[in-house]
Design a protein around this ligand. Structure first.
Ligand SMILES: [Zn+2]
Ligand SMILES: [Zn+2]
Length: 395
């Protein structure tokens, strides 16, 4: 397998050098304008604007206002670089999606500019709402990935590792409805939605010992009542159920919902439950991840592949990865041990060190993309691996 060859790789590196100020400015600009899931209007229009010079861009694809698809070239294979750009409540870009966006756009532009002669289509897909809304799942269902042959993206973190497993997860919105009453004078006429909510959380704690140990059950109460002297008529929680596979998540969701129903029965209240989008486990394409790792090492980036164990998060790239060859390597952009989804990470992903790392990843993603387009045998081996390998699971 020969890939695209050193000359193409060099041209890609030159293109990223030429784009470095633009991409760094973009990353910092998104960081300064954090937008929550599915509300990323500013980010989506900035990315679409930058891509517009070289790509045909459609905004609002798949019925999502803040999604977009950019394409250049023609026919197959279609190689898509994915951008995420949503932020988190309270911690802004504490997941570093500003870097994912800048790196994804950079890779697409650099590949297209450096090697327009390569066959196939280079695409860049803006996938909003990774933090909970399942943007990629909605885009998959809407057919936006139908003609895509491989999807490449990365995620910032505290370690550079090509392959990482991820848990499947589903969010639940749980609401209890009771009867308000004076909490002292006529408490007996009330039915407390807060008592139901407390029973629910206690019931989930009782369940914990009897679930697979790799599962996670966690939530917050977003509405707990109105005033201490009113029996609460309404409470609301947001809850997440995680497990190694979507199948186990489904089983656990049934058990968690039974606990909510039991809590309602015990307190004379009623419950309504809304299920969110289910995020799937992840099936990394090891052939493509290996290409990216090689191009990172070539640039002097230390790449590790720690054993798959320990806690992980979840991402909607999992759903994409079960349908087509996809990668989601992690890139060290901050000190080891910096927690994700934190103010510390939000600060780290705005530092020059993180921008430099993102630029190297943009080179690596674009070079891997060039290899796949230039070498049909290589692409065939990525597809063959997809057809035979299952999801990555911890040891
Ligand atoms: Zn996140
Ligand atoms: Zn993230």
């Amino acid at each position: 397998m020969s890939g695209a060859g050193a000359e193409v790789h060099e041209r890609i590196a030159d293109e990223i050098s030429a784009l470095s100020e633009t991409l760094t400015e973009l990353s910092l600009d998104l960081h300064a304008h954090p937008e929550l899931a599915l509300e990323e209007k500013y980010a989506a229009s900035r990315l679409a604007g930058l891509l517009g010079a070289d790509f045909a861009v459609e905004e609002g694809v798949g019925g999502l206002r803040t999604a977009f698809r950019a394409r250049a070239g023609s026919g197959s294979p279609v190689l898509a670089f994915l951008c995420e750009y949503d932020a988190l409540p309270g911690v802004g870009h504490g997941c570093g999606h500003n870097l994912i966006a800048a790196g994804g756009v950079g890779a697409a532009l650099a590949l297209r500019r450096a090697a327009p002669e390569l066959p196939g289509t280079v695409s860049c897909i803006g996938t909003p709402g990774e933090e909970g809304a399942g943007g990629k799942v909605l885009l998959l269902e809407a057919g936006v990935f139908d003609d895509v042959d491989a999807a490449l993206m990365f995620h910032p973190g505290d370690t550079t590792m090509p392959i990482r497993h991820a848990t499947a997860t589903r969010r639940l919105e749980i609401e209890f409805h009771g009867v308000a009453a004076h909490a002292a004078a006529s408490a007996h006429e009330g039915r407390s939605a807060l008592a139901a909510m407390i029973q629910f959380f206690v019931g989930v704690d009782a369940l914990r010992q009897f679930v697979p140990e790799t599962s996670r059950l966690h939530g917050v109460i977003t509405h707990g009542g109105e005033a201490p002297n009113i029996v609460p008529a309404y409470t609301r929680a947001e809850f997440m159920v995680r497990a190694l596979t979507g199948e186990v998540v489904d089983e656990l969701v049934d058990r968690v919902e039974a606990i909510a129903a039991g809590a309602a029965g015990a307190t004379g209240t009623t419950v309504t439950i809304a299920r969110g989008v289910r995020y799937a486990e992840r099936k990394n394409n090891h052939v493509i991840a290996g290409l990216v790792a090689g191009h990172l090492r070539r640039q002097g980036v230390a790449v590790e592949q720690p054993p798959l164990r320990g806690g992980t998060g979840s991402s909607d790239i999992g759903n994409v990865s079960l349908v087509l060859p996809a990668i989601h390597p992690y890139l060290q952009v901050m000190d080891r041990g910096t927690p994700s989804h934190s103010l510390a990470m939000a600060e780290a992903v705005a530092q020059p060190r993180a921008q430099r790392a993102m630029l190297r990843m943009a080179v690596a993603l674009a070079c891997a993309g060039a290899d796949l387009l230039a070498d049909p045998e290589l692409f065939a081996s990525a597809r063959a691996e997809f057809a035979t390998r299952g999801p990555d699971l911890p040891e």
